[in-house]
Design a protein around this ligand. Structure first.
Ligand SMILES: CC(C)(COP(=O)(O)OP(=O)(O)OC[C@H]1O[C@@H](n2cnc3c(N)ncnc32)[C@H](O)[C@@H]1OP(=O)(O)O)[C@@H](O)C(=O)NCCC(=O)NCCS
Length: 193
């Protein structure tokens, strides 16, 4: 498997990137339902200087991809990440995150953040009232099953840093600095992973 920038992928691989959005998020009602929607999302990562994307390619086939949005000067958003269902659990997601962190670090990011929706019952937050003690709720969020990426992100060193209660959206942050980073390994604050 190799990881290449979107600028280097073929038309066929671009179509595969869209198809993966539909198949990888099939369990999530609010995600990309049609190829048209997914193709529009993929297109947003071409020709926009604020956005970059990297593709995992194996034997010419695009099997996963990840996007970066330079939303703030030193805090970039990871959006989206998707691995073809039949290639999940083989380290592709981990490799994509590592490559994206390298890219973000080179471009001056000090942290990465992301939002992960739970509109399908993938965490203990689904259907629950997070109030009155929002912070205790936040401290005790756990995945339900393995559909939600919470366990994946925790494994890779991300920490839960907030929720948007009514949309059941998590926000995550992975702080790292160029000064303390080792090659291929983002320095992460304690308590993660
Ligand atoms: C989340 C996703 C990108 C992970 O990619 P992947 O290639 O399957 O993950 P990897 O194989 O690299 O897993 C890395 C580690 O995380 C663990 N992991 C992966 N998914 C996990 C999950 N849902 N819960 C707990 N741990 C998980 C793996 O066991 C592995 O641990 P190990 O290194 O100790 O063996 C992939 O499952 C996916 O595309 N999901 C659907 C789309 C999605 O939810 N994207 C995120 C939206 S915010």
């Amino acid at each position: 498997m190799e990881i290449v920038p979107f600028a280097a992928i073929s038309g066929d691989q671009r179509a595969q990137a869209a198809a993966i959005l539909v198949s990888a998020f099939a369990h999530q009602p609010a995600a990309w339902r049609t190829l048209d929607e997914a193709e529009r999302e993929v297109a947003r990562f071409f020709g926009d200087p604020e956005r970059s994307a990297l593709a995992a390619v194996e034997n010419g086939r695009l099997i996963g991809w990840i996007g970066l949005i330079r939303g703030y000067d030193h805090a970039f958003e990871l959006h989206p990440i998707a691995v073809a269902p039949e290639f999940q659990g083989r380290g592709v997601g981990r490799a994509l995150i590592g490559a994206l962190e390298d890219l973000a670090r080179r471009d001056g990011a000090l942290s990465l953040y992301l939002g992960a929706d739970d509109d399908f019952g993938g965490t203990s937050l689904f259907g629950a009232d997070p109030f009155p003690d929002l912070l205790t709720t936040l401290a005790n969020v756990e995945p339900v099953g393995r559909r939600h990426p919470l366990g994946f992100y925790r494994k890779l060193g991300f920490a839960l840093c907030g929720i948007i209660p009514d949309s059941r959206t998590f926000c995550w942050r992975s702080g790292f600095s160029r000064a303390s980073a080792r090659p291929g390994c983002a320095a992460r604050p304690g308590g993660r992973g």
